[in-house]
Design a protein around this ligand. Sequence first.
Ligand SMILES: O=C(O)CCCC[C@@H]1SC[C@@H]2NC(=O)N[C@@H]21
Length: 253
Amino acid sequence: MSTSGTSEDWPQDHDRILLAQVDSTNAEAARRAPDLARPTWIMAQRQTRGRGRRGRAWSDPEGNLAATLVLRPEGPPARVALRSFVAALALGDALGVVTGGRGGVTLKWPNDVLLNGRKLAGILLESAGAGGRLSHLAIGFGVNLSHAPDQVEPGAVAPVSLRGETGIAIDPESFLTVLASCYAAREAQFAAGGFAPIRAAWLARAARLGQEITARTGAAETRGRFETVDEDGNLVLSTATGRRAIAAADVFF
Ligand SMILES: O=C(O)CCCC[C@@H]1SC[C@@H]2NC(=O)N[C@@H]21
């Protein structure tokens, strides 16, 4: 199956491609990006080689959401990368809509979404370009709507599914419609107001803000109090040896 089209609730300036199966919607995004004239969501019912952050595999049973938004954003790569926060916020908004705002949704730096403190969703940003200019940005969303994976990395936040945690059953296509609409609203906020309102909204939902956390980048580990996220999206920790701004890491609680 490969269909494209729109429905009443779908954002007017976004396109949509629905696939039965693909290796990875992010990989498909990279293949199709040169031919896409408008922001486009690519959703697959099943991925055979879903990928997660830092080269990890992303397990993707049918009934979960696997979708990638392909954008052609203007601006320097560092600003484009702030869409990581736009995306996480939009996903948090979408979950608020489907749960009727019952709460329990928090955001874990850089861009995981937690439900009742456990991992419900991950986001993977990938881009291509040359000479300081990006040709496209792919924002991949993996949401455990129906099933939580059995296996997790040692020390990682345990996974959870929306259905298992709340009893709410929503199919991926319906969830995508809500997510696309929430994303369009947050993108408009980012375009109009820059990172400041996005940052403030993200911090208002941040998991473990003010608490001790560990940031791990390769073999390097930094433990400290989670102070804030700065104007560039860095994780700021107050450590025994001073304030540290960390651009990329995995966070452990
Ligand atoms: O490691 C993470 O937490 C990020 C996981 C991102 C998974 C999604 S599923 C849709 C898109 N396609 C992929 O191959 N990965 C992302």
